[in-house]
Ligand binder design. Structure first.
Ligand code: ZN
Ligand code: ZN
Length: 342
């Protein structure tokens, strides 16, 4: 295993630089070394590489958290893993000691590290990670479905916040990779109509290829009117996968409906009409990355009932990470995977 690898490291100010790094080896007894097969580019990576940054990352680290790979080595304290197992990454390293961890709300841990933002991530041929961050997945699951484990887990964990009944009509604002993962999930769960809304023609065209009921361009139609027309009352459940669309979400929901706020736009303060929430008995759920979604997400991927790789439009070698980021940023691609086997 000795040797070095050339990896993109995060410099800061939107820049990465390709540098040699030693191939990681076991340090702690609970460490695992994983040979990465593929790693998805996430909206979080776009935010880290934005100028000014819209998401924090520690300069000098390797980013990337949507990784799938094969166990190469593990430390003496690790049990339940074999060399050769395929694993996916649950990237949040919670402390287990803060009051939120102790209350079981580990997505609210006040003392967390994250693989790919504060410690080295998976845009690299090899990753060292503690065993608790890794989940084994059946090798029969296609590699590129497994690569989307982390974003799918975010959808799985967020969806459970809003009571759902088969047949519910769902409107999703934002037809990027996350919005479409919500759509695939709701379709698998037996939703009634699924309507996605965006401004980007590429994304709407892509959504249409998935066979969703409607893909509305909010620049061309009044989406509230249209959703009302399609559903009779407004959507039973509205998902904001953008992060600043609460006012629009309120307009799309039926009386008594529910809204899931998933997107993250920390600097936006959209004006909203609180009266409407009160008058029409709306329920608004804020959800952050989902609480305890991992076991079910593995089971779901192993069932094959949701195949998130349908969102992958491009596969690029590690040396073209910046090009992949640009393709997603300019919305010429839906989901880009960095493929370590290219
Ligand atoms: Zn992600
Ligand atoms: Zn904690």
């Amino acid at each position: 295993m000795a040797g070095s690898m050339i990896v993109p490291t995060f410099v800061g100010n939107g820049c990465i630089s390709y540098e040699p790094r030693p191939i990681p080896t076991l340090e702690a007894p609970d460490d695992v070394v994983v040979r990465i097969e593929a790693c998805g580019i996430c909206g979080t990576d776009l935010n880290i590489l934005a100028v000014p940054p819209a998401h924090k990352a520690t300069p000098g680290i390797i980013i990337g958290h949507e990784g799938v790979g094969i166990v190469e080595q593990f430390g003496s304290d690790v049990s339940g893993l074999q060399v050769g197992d395929r694993v996916v990454i649950a990237n949040r390293l919670t402390c287990g000691r803060c009051i939120y961890c102790r209350r079981g709300l580990d997505n609210q841990c006040t003392n967390y590290q994250t693989i790919g933002t504060t410690v080295d991530g998976a845009f690299a041929p090899y990753l060292r990670a503690p065993a608790r961050a890794l989940w084994t997945i059946d090798s029969a699951v296609p590699r590129d479905d497994a690569a989307l484990f982390e974003p799918l887990a975010c959808a799985v964990g967020s969806i459970k916040r809003a009571t759902f009944q088969a047949g519910d009509n769902v409107a999703i604002i934002g037809a990027g990779p996350m919005g479409l993962l919500f759509a695939l999930m709701y379709r698998a769960m037996g939703a009634g109509k699924i309507i996605v809304i965006d401004l980007a023609p590429f994304r709407l065209e892509f959504a249409r290829t998935l066979g969703l009921d409607e893909a509305l361009n909010a620049a061309e139609v009044d989406s509230a009117d249209k959703v009302k027309q399609l559903t009779g009352t407004g959507a039973d459940i509205v998902v904001d996968a953008v992060g600043n669309q609460l006012a629009q979400a309120i307009a799309l929901a039926r009386r008594g409906g529910q809204i899931i706020l998933f997107g993250l736009r920390p600097h936006d303060s959209p004006p909203i009409n609180q009266y409407t929430i009160t008058r029409y008995d709306l329920t608004v759920h804020g959800t952050f990355v989902g609480l305890h979604p991992f076991a079910q997400t593995i089971q779901l991927l192993e069932s094959g009932r949701v195949q998130p790789s349908v969102l992958v439009t491009d596969r690029l070698p590690l040396g073209e990470l910046e090009r992949g980021v640009e393709m997603m940023r300019t919305q010429q691609a839906m989901k880009v995977l960095i493929d370590m086997e290219l």
